[in-house]
Design a protein around this ligand. Structure first.
Ligand SMILES: [Zn+2]
Length: 293
């Protein structure tokens, strides 16, 4: 559509509601509160119309709208995908062609430095990943519930990480952030002024506590273990760079007691994925559950 047409539409969008707003204000002169709210509603309507026009105009720009660097990124993604197709035959897709049977629901931060392959050498089909800023339950409740209730993963793993930007923001004044970001920081309960390991662990523990409350039945019946960990890619905990440090098991946070748990014994012994069976049989026996997500 030509820009002149857009401007005509824009003019209609701005002028008509303004005239309409004026008439509303005249007739509602005895009710100032009503006039104010009507005026706010009109403003909101104009904003929505302008946004829609800008969105459609942007879509019509084609090559005139360019993001520096985007082409290189798209090229790399396309080539990586072509390489993936070339190196993965039909056999690769067979185990999860019609359904998924992940072994763990993992809630971790969106941070690009938290690598899935740091937790699982072959995560394909094995990890139901939920990512958001600050590795939270509150901002991804439905996704986490899906992993536990519908996919029946026996493990819910919450992974925080060192140098977390969300924790840093939540521990400071984030009043100038956008409403969307503020909403996702409001649910992080950490001490003001402390963006370090204490707050990172505190947040992981908070998330485990939330999960234990939410999935009490599964945990009490022995169908779910909730574990909290910190991925340390800077070796701040001095236990090894890149190590996933388990800091909470079903609410237990004492390192000595965690170390004594049966779950933690023999972790260095070689293990094959076949030795940790998936609950495929149980899942397939429940027809009302969605087959895939
Ligand atoms: Zn983070």
């Amino acid at each position: 559509m030509k820009l002149s047409v857009w401007l005509a539409v824009l003019g209609y969008g701005l002028i008509f509601p303004t005239l309409h707003g004026m008439s509303t204000a005249v007739f509602a002169a005895d009710e100032p509160a009503l006039a104010t709210s009507a005026s706010e509603a009109e403003k909101e309507r104009i904003r929505a119309i302008v946004k829609e026009i800008v969105r459609e105009y942007t879509a019509s720009l084609g090559d005139r709208q360019t993001t520096p660097g985007a082409k290189d990124i798209v090229r790399e993604i396309t080539q990586s995908n072509r390489n993936f197709i070339r190196t993965h035959g039909p056999e690769y897709y067979k185990p999860f062609l019609n359904s998924q049977h992940p072994r763990a629901t993992v809630v971790t931060c969106s941070d690009s430095r938290v690598h899935t392959h740091a937790l699982d050498a072959t995560p394909d089909g094995d990890l139901f990943m939920v990512r958001n800023i600050g590795n939270q339950i509150a901002t991804a409740e439905g996704s986490v519930e899906y992993g536990v209730h519908h996919l029946h993963t026996p493990l819910l793993l919450i992974v925080g990480h060192v140098a977390c930007g969300a924790i840093k923001a939540a521990s400071a004044d984030y009043g100038k952030e956008s409403p969307g970001i503020r909403r996702e920081l409001d649910t992080l309960q950490v001490a003001k002024g402390d963006a370090g390991l204490n707050s990172i662990k505190q947040n992981v523990n908070n998330q485990v506590r939330l999960a234990l409350g939410k999935f009490e039945t599964e945990v009490m019946s022995g169908h779910l273990t909730v574990m909290g960990a910190v991925y340390d890619f800077k070796n701040e905990m001095k236990l090894g760079q890149g190590r996933l440090n388990i800091v909470n098991v079903n609410g237990e946070t004492d390192p000595a007691r965690i170390a004594k748990l049966e779950l933690m014994q023999g972790l260095d012994a070689p293990v094959s994925k076949a030795a940790a069976p998936r609950k495929a049989a149980a899942k397939e026996a429940s027809p009302k559950e969605p087959a895939e997500h």
